[in-house]
Write a protein that binds this ligand. Structure first.
Ligand code: DI6
Ligand code: FE
Length: 384
């Protein structure tokens, strides 16, 4: 049977990043790419475009770069207010931990989120999602964790869902009520963890939770408390991920791996045991160079060991008002190369397999049917 070359959409005159090995980003210069429905039907050099090719819509892209839609798998994008003054405090010598212990940091965002209506929270958060989208992101993870009480956590997760609906992109929500100890529970972290575990099935029943996270740190929650949250998540069939070993080594990477975690994130203090556990359980290393940069950290994640053990690495913005006010995943990729010495290819994404759903994610089982066109206008195209 002759091949069918009548397509829905044809991009011509593009610089195509296939992300296949052997050539940086698997670039094909002066290329074309055709889609039928949500599938890539054909790609190759313009010179090889079949003579009988037709498409219902043709976009001449003037050699702009075409990539799969990018995936930002770690953000705290839904928040209210700002914490610019903390940047000033840190420049004058205060540490992140000192600011947090003095009631600033995460708790300052908690006060702002609690005070905001759902619509106000949406209005403040939506431009951030739009900025990421304009930078090529089509699949976005958004965490709760600035509510720390049932209704406010629910409000954050509802806003995250609304962002996905309004922008037509894939949003995955993560329940991060175990982010900081709210004032109501001062001196009773275990009591607060009881509440976090109690709220989870109710939010899950409302379809608001895709995964569960915790901040396992000296200024956050202990490994034992994190395990309790994770056990509750897994009992509901929810996957887990963890803020692990960012400021200290509490064995967070190994803990996340023990629960078959989707990812362990940050990892500046992760040791060999943690790396090996991640490799054994297929837990992805999510690197967050924005927070490393803003906090002026000096200790690097164990990149060489992650490579050596074949642990998959991903880069995310960690977009948050305190430690990573970053609204560009491409900037995060650049920071990962500058600070962590990732190669540009490592900072990119997985190869596009033949006939795959466009922009399908390795990290999230989603098929975001988008391609990102970069510079000069950084637009993204829906392809279905
Ligand atoms: N992710 C987090 O959740 C914390 N640090 C990080 O990199 C706290 C974010 C914040 O300060 O709001
Ligand atoms: Fe984070």
């Amino acid at each position: 049977m002759p091949a069918d070359h009548s397509w829905d959409l044809l991009f011509t005159h593009v610089t195509l990043a296939t992300l296949e090995g052997g050539h940086p980003f698997g670039l094909i210069e002066n290329a074309a790419l055709a889609c039928t429905g949500d599938r890539i039907a054909w790609l190759g050099p313009m010179a090889a475009l079949p003579a009988d090719a037709t498409a219902r819509r043709v976009e001449h892209l003037e050699q702009r770069v075409l990539t799969p839609g990018l995936i930002d798998c770690h953000t705290h994008l839904v928040f209210a207010g700002n914490r610019a003054h903390e940047f000033d405090l840190r420049l004058n010598g205060a540490t992140y931990e000192q600011i947090a212990r003095a009631g600033g940091g995460i708790l300052s965002s908690v006060r702002a989120v609690r005070a905001a209506s759902e619509d106000a929270l949406l209005a403040q958060s939506l431009p951030r999602a739009r900025a990421l989208l304009a930078d090529g992101v089509t699949t976005l993870e958004i965490k709760s964790g600035y509510g720390l009480e049932f209704e406010s956590e629910r409000k954050m997760l509802r806003v995250a869902r609304r962002i996905g609906e309004l922008l037509g992109i894939t949003v995955r929500t993560t329940y991060l009520a175990a982010h900081a100890l709210p004032p109501e529970y001062c001196d009773d972290a275990d009591g607060y963890i009881d509440a976090v575990i109690d709220w989870l099935p109710r939010l899950h029943d409302e379809g608001l939770v895709d995964a569960v996270d915790a901040f396992c740190e000296g200024i956050g929650f202990s490994p034992a408390q994190t395990r309790r949250v994770f056990a509750a998540a897994r009992a509901l069939g929810l996957p887990v991920k963890l803020h692990a070993d960012q400021l200290s080594n509490l064995g967070g990477a190994a803990l996340a791996a023990a629960f078959d975690g989707l990812s362990a994130d940050h990892l500046e203090h992760t040791d060999a045991e943690g790396v090996q556990a991640m490799a054994a359980h297929g837990t992805v290393a999510v690197l967050l160079p924005g927070a490393f940069h803003v906090l002026r950290e000096t200790r690097l994640p164990p990149i060489a060991q992650l490579r050596e053990h074949g642990v998959p690495m991903a880069v995310a913005t960690d977009c948050n008002p305190g430690t990573s006010p970053l609204l560009s995943l491409r900037q995060a990729m650049q920071l990962a190369c500058t600070h962590f010495r990732l190669t540009p290819d490592e900072a990119g994404t997985s190869p596009i397999p033949p006939n795959c759903a466009i922009g399908s994610a390795e990290h999230w089982p989603s098929a975001s049917m988008w391609l990102a066109v970069h510079s000069p206008d950084r637009s993204v195209f829906p392809c279905a």
